[in-house]
Each structure stands twice: as structure tokens, then as C-alpha cells.
Design a binder for this molecule. Sequence first.
Ligand code: PHB
Length: 390
Amino acid sequence: MKRAILAALGLATGLAVPASAEDIKVGLMLPYSGVYAALGNDIEAGFNLGLEHFGAETGATFEIIKEDTEVKPPVALGKAKKLILQDEVDVMAGIVSSGVLAAVRDMVHGAGVPLIVANAGNDEATGEQCSPFITRMSFSNGQVNRPMGKWMYDQGIRKVFTLAPDYAAGRQMIDAFAATFTAAGGEIVGQEFTPFQKTQDFGPYLAQAKASGAEAVFVFYAGGEAISFVKQYDSFGLKAELPLYGSGFLTSSLYVEAEGPAAEGVITALHYVPTLDNAANVAFSEAFKAKTGRVPSEYAVQGYDTARALIEATKTGAADRASLANALRAVSFEGPRGKLAIDPATNNVVQPIYVYETVAGEAGLTQKVLGALPAEADPVNGCEMPAITN
Ligand code: PHB
């Protein structure tokens, strides 16, 4: 266990400690550079805390090998190959970008290495491209955005302009929102996808939104792009005229303070907000704050629950790749987000979704929950889950 804690602190990585039957090698693939670098760091902080909190429940020890995906699919595929073939990891965890998840999917599935997805919401990874080796503890892009279509329509909004980065996650998040908004009777009056990781000036897109006749704007942006977008939206003078909505990553507690007053009044939906009032969340938040000095974000909780899922799986005695993959699919527990379970039809997590408004609180910006939408399993989206054969 001492070694697990050292590994969790990043101290034992790469140390030549003799392997025992209970040593589990974990390849942690996260962005430590690029627009999602802060997300990667927060997932890792949550993951380490999860190992620390739950590690003693298993006899296994965990050796962590970290790789920077750089938010670049081809780079990430090279790193996945290295972890699987050279380091011979027992299990992989992490992945923030839907594009990176799509790039590594065939490698992971073909090699039969269990992967616990700690962020990337790519719908296909738990749909058409599902695999018994891929279990997602974070969310799917459809899951967090679908509820907002009906919710906004019910608020009386009829015409919406959408914006998102031009890659798999941006397209899937907007498609999910647009499907339920138009099914309710709303109209998408304009849509733009901005070059991913390259757009610095959102001005031309904001001018289009303003001229579109929309009553509101719905977007997905995360990390560095979310900070730039929210600030520019406000300084463009649009907020009062065209209320801003989106998926909750837009105003994540990880960087909402960097957005400042520009984020006030923005309404979004997400599977976790740090203000959730349940015992597991209070304990987690306090421990996370004590460790990092920060309020935990959805990214931190995803890392925390990823570590917990790994530990739950090893508690069944699973140590090889196939049995770990099977045990991960059966994981369920009550954590900071509430009750979590994996849907065996797709291997995606099933969880409630919260609509929240970013408001000024006593100690800076905070999240006011406006509604909780019950947990609902995703449609199978073409997933025909094969059984694992060893
Ligand atoms: C994704 O690419 O799937 C993604 C990235 C960042 C987020 C959410 C989803 O905050």
C-alpha cells in the first residue's frame, strides 16, 4: 500500500520495485499540454486522491505510468502503443478529448486492454464503437446535452444559435442538444463550428449569432477555449441581449474564477457541481480542498471515481486484463455525484444531470442548481457488446 500511495503522489513512477502478483500497472493518459492541460491535471489530482481514499480496501498496489496525450490524436495513439506494448500495462485510464478516444479505440480493443475513460464523452465509444474493454466513468456527450433541449424550450425559448469547436465532441454535444430542442418544437436558426485549438477571436461568430434572430445561444467549450469564449461573449455586449447557455464545462468550477463576472448568469447542464449536498460530496470536497486548495470540479470527481472503479474491480480479485475489464463493467457505488452504475449494454455511466446557473456567492462565483434530471441510460446507439473471450 505504501507503494500505491507513493505512486499516487507521482513519486514511484518508473521506480524499479519488484513486481508481485498484486501489482497493477496503470497507464494514465491525460493532456498535460494544450487547451485541456488544466483538465488533465485536475483529473490526476482526483485520481490520486481516490487511490489514497480507497486503496487500502484492496490488496493490490498500483504503479502509475503517465503519458501526455497533448490533445493530439496521432500523438496519443503512439503513447497508447508504448503503454500497451512496451510497458505492458494491465489497465489504462484517462483520456480527455473525444478525438483522442476515437484514435486509440481500435488499439485498446484489439489488444484487449481495459480502459477506464475519465473524461472524453465520444458517443461512439459507448455506441457503434463500443468495446467490452472500454468503460466510461465520466459522461457521454449526448448524456449531458440532451436534457437542455427540452429544458430551454420549457423556459419559453424558441430560437437558438449554436457554437462549438469543430471536432467530435463539439459536433456530438450540439447534435444532442439540437435533437431534443427541435423535437420539443424549437428552431436552430444558425450553427457554427470553430477551428479547434486554433480560434482566438470569436468576434466573427458572435456577430453571426447577433444577426441570426436567435433568442439565446447554446455552446460547448471547455478549458482555455471556454475562458476566452465566455469573456469575449460578455465584452461583445451579448450577454444581456442573448442569454448564454451550454454544457456545464463552459463554466466549470475549475476555471470559472478566471472567467470572472463574465460567467455570472450563464446557465448550463452537467453531471456534477461542487455544491451538491450529499455526505460523499462533502467529504470529497473537503479532502480535495485540503490537498489542492481548490474546489473540486467535474474533472476532479471523474478522476476520483475512476480510481475508485479500478479499486472496486481489483477487490473482486481481478488482476489480468480480461478479468479487470469484466469487473469494471459491473462497478456501481454511491459517490460525490450520487448513485453511479455502469450500463452493461454500452459500458457508459448512468447518472443524474444537473442544470445550474453560475452566480456570485460569498467567496466568489458558485453554482446554483436549478433542476436535477433523473439518471437515464443512453440509447445503445448501435452498440452490440461482444463478450470477452480469453
Ligand atoms: C471531449 O473531447 O470529449 C471533451 C473535452 C472536454 C470536456 C468535455 C468533453 O470538458
